[in-house]
Design a binder for this molecule. Structure first.
Ligand code: HEC
Ligand code: HEC
Length: 425
């Protein structure tokens, strides 16, 4: 994939840069986390774009206020796992977490020093991106899949939507070396840059006998991500904590529907903890649905709030040909099989599915109510449910009860990292 040097792209990037500066100084209006303490009111910085089709639309995108950050005791969190989560094996030390956090938000880890891990996994947007179905990589390049939220990622047995990786400490080389993500040419190019910063060089010598290697860089980044534990939600306090007031009746009814309608066969929970995933891959009908949608010509384009341009020619969006597990195994039966995502914090991890094709929980529930759409080879567990309007609301209330108490704390902690600025160690 060649680099683009066209003047139009460069001026567009400059304009976007200027916009970034403007938003940095825009007054923050925070109404996302009403009822939460103001200094930790960090989740929900993304623009939900409600009413974007109207000319009166005003953006609700908010700047990260000052990005000062409030450090949390992440090592302690990792050692005493929150209610509803099992013990985390080999919990990371605070020193490892601090090193990993700094690396995670360091833009110098990309080839041209512009893109950090934390710009696709945005802490205020649930360590995913709420505004984009699929993220934008280095130099504006297209990435075909939705960025997963990283809460509780240390428990995952398989990583990525197609489960092609199993070890968090090795996963880093996929984004670091992908030409459409962070764009580095080789492992040694990345290690050389990290080693050139004396603060990093000293930290790696302190923490690892081997010093800085491709392995220890992975362990440091994994150390931070493994500490992003997020349980103790209203659901956990009710189900595991025995507090009958922790959950309202709608969410309790929703939980029963979730169990009765087989959701929990894949989004599993046990008597002592819940990951709401089986770490396995299934064909739910999303791959089929997305392919069908892409095959239909686009009739109009919305280019700004209230500005819809009809198209006079038939435009078929380019197919990006995502085949799920089949790409790894080569087996036809693995076509469009994707990993079951955890449902913890589902209320804030939108948009949903491997391609970000469902924008809201309502849309996800409609999708399951329809039995996973028209895919003839989807998993037999997916059948039309015939839910009433109230049952759909109840199911949604249950999914919304899975948001942890500490998501703002984790977002504020993330901003205690210096953002790739060598002066602010
Ligand atoms: C350009 C945006 C982008 C950048 C930069 C990026 N990621 Fe990701 N990340 C993604 C996408 C998209 C996926 C899903 C890819 C897939 O499944 O094929 C992903 C997947 C992951 C996963 C797997 C999570 C899971 O539940 O399976 C982890 C862990 C992760 N990224 C960590 C990182 C780290 C660490 C960095 C920095 C070294 C990073 N990411 C940089 C977009 C990005
Ligand atoms: C056969 C296994 C299976 C069953 C049954 C199932 N799911 Fe899923 N679920 C998945 C898989 C796999 C995905 C991811 C699909 C993709 O990425 O394209 C998913 C995605 C989701 C998501 C989106 C999560 C995210 O972060 O993108 C939600 C919410 C969800 N399911 C809720 C439910 C509910 C509610 C039910 C019951 C009505 C249910 N699921 C039944 C396997 C299942």
């Amino acid at each position: 994939m060649g680099r683009t040097d066209s003047p139009t792209i460069r001026s567009l990037l400059r304009a976007l840069g200027a916009f970034g500066l403007l938003t940095l100084f825009a007054p923050g209006t925070s109404h996302a986390g009403e009822g939460r303490s103001p200094e930790l009111n960090r989740i929900g910085q993304g623009d939900p774009r409600d009413g974007y089709s109207s000319p009166d639309y005003e953006t609700r995108s908010r700047a990260v206020p000052g990005q000062t950050g409030i450090r949390a005791e992440l090592a302690e969190l990792a050692t005493t796992a929150p209610l509803g989560l099992p013990e985390l094996p080999n919990p990371p030390s605070q020193a490892l977490i601090d090193l990993g956090r700094k690396l995670f938000f360091d833009r110098r880890l990309s080839d041209n020093n512009t893109l950090s891990c934390g710009m696709c996994h945005i802490p205020e947007q649930a360590f995913t991106q709420n505004e984009l179905a699929t993220p934008v990589g280095i130099e504006g390049r297209f990435v075909r899949r939705n960025a997963p939220a990283l809460y509780n990622v240390g428990y995952r047995k398989v990583l990525f939507h197609d489960a092609r990786e199993t070890e968090l400490s090795k996963q880093i080389w996929a984004p670091l070396l992908a030409q459409n993500e962070m764009g580095n040419s080789s492992k040694s190019a990345v290690l050389g840059k990290v080693d050139a910063d004396p603060v990093y060089a000293a930290a790696f010598t302190d923490l690892f006998e081997e010093g800085l290697t491709d392995r220890s860089l992975g362990l440091a980044l994994a150390g931070y991500q493994r500490a992003l534990l997020s349980g103790d939600s209203p659901f956990d306090r009710w189900f595991y904590g025995g507090d009958s007031d922790a959950l309202n009746d709608a969410a309790k009814r929703g939980f029963r529907l979730f169990d009765e309608h087989q959701c929990s066969r894949c989004h599993q929970f046990s008597n002592s903890y819940a990951h709401f995933t089986d770490d396995a891959l299934h064909r739910t009908g999303i791959g089929f649905r997305s392919q069908q949608l892409r095959a239909q010509p686009v009739k109009s384009l919305q280019i700004a709030p209230g500005v819809i341009v009809p198209l006079t020619i038939d435009v078929i969006p380019p197919a990006h040909g995502d085949q799920g597990l089949k790409e790894i195994s080569g087996e036809e039966r693995d076509l469009w099989r994707y990993r079951t995502p955890s449902l913890r914090n589902a209320a804030i991890t939108h948009p949903y599915m491997h391609d970000g094709s469902l924008p809201t929980l309502e849309a996800v529930i409609e999708f399951y109510d329809s039995g996973g759409g028209a895919d003839p080879a989807k998993d037999p567990l997916l059948v039309p449910l015939g839910l009433t309007a109230r049952q759909k609301k109840d199911l949604e209330a249950f999914l919304r009860s899975l948001t942890a108490h500490n998501v703002d704390i984790l977002a504020a902690d993330a901003r205690s990292a210096p953002i790739g600025d060598p002066v602010r160690h």
